[in-house]
Design a protein around this ligand. Sequence first.
Ligand SMILES: NC(=O)c1ccc[n+]([C@@H]2O[C@H](COP(=O)([O-])OP(=O)(O)OC[C@H]3O[C@@H](n4cnc5c(N)ncnc54)[C@H](OP(=O)(O)O)[C@@H]3O)[C@@H](O)[C@H]2O)c1
Length: 270
Amino acid sequence: MYLLKDKVVAITGASSGIGKALATDALSRGAKIAICARNEAKLREAIGIDSPNVLYVAADVSKEADCQRFVEATLQKWGRVDVLINNAGISMRALFEHADLQVIRELMDINFWGTVYCSKFAVKSIRENKGAIVGVSSIAGFRGLPARTGYSASKFAMQGFLEALRTELLHTGAHVMWVSPGFTASNIRNVARSADGSAQGETPLDEGKLMSAEQCAAIILDGVEKRKRTIVMTGQGKLTVWLNKLLPGLADKLVFNHFLTEPNSPLKGY
Ligand SMILES: NC(=O)c1ccc[n+]([C@@H]2O[C@H](COP(=O)([O-])OP(=O)(O)OC[C@H]3O[C@@H](n4cnc5c(N)ncnc54)[C@H](OP(=O)(O)O)[C@@H]3O)[C@@H](O)[C@H]2O)c1
């Protein structure tokens, strides 16, 4: 077991949802946490803990310099990074034909490049400390989802990047893992980008019926402690991944039909 007690854990996107739950769970496991989001006041309010074991940093992960500052502030405070959890992310809901290209670019900048930048600045310390690099991906990183082209591309890219990095680090003792939560209650659908790049401002799902962010975070941190390769969290997710491998044509139809039934589904336009 790789226990998180006394480890330095850096988490991106900790002001809400899964990242916020990861931060409080990691703290309760005895870790020191460095956390970021774009607005420090909002981040501090969300976590609400004033402790020498918490480092708050304002950083936009789509900006290389911000990611460097986040990791360097962590190294300056504790001299090392043991675990980096690349969690910050946004989603989208729009047909590719209608989506402004800037929407796809923004998703790649945050979900993919944010992971690359933070990993780049932390990898040396993580390798030296035989720590872990984690990506919070999605089922969309295994199976492209309609009306989420940019999101799917960003998560496939994240997983390819992490798989290659894991193989590079194979003999160093450092661990690389990505996880694919199923639908989890959070703010992600409210701020998901519409075709013109604005936040969609509503969720098509009943958030109260989804997995809680706390449950999702506990699965992720258990996975870090047990050094899992990947975690696909839900039965629906596991079925989608396997069906896509075995019967991809059927998967196309089932996935289309699933997203067609969402309220205000963009697929109704086709
Ligand atoms: N919820 C789900 O159903 C689900 C399913 C599968 C995968 N995921 C993945 O889980 C991760 C967390 O999402 P969530 O569901 O917890 O969403 P959320 O509640 O919207 O939280 C997203 C977090 O990311 C931060 N963030 C967004 N853009 C950022 C940027 N440019 N720089 C720094 N931080 C940024 C947000 O902080 P600020 O806005 O304050 O900067 C917030 O703290 C994402 O990578 C998402 O793709 C979620």
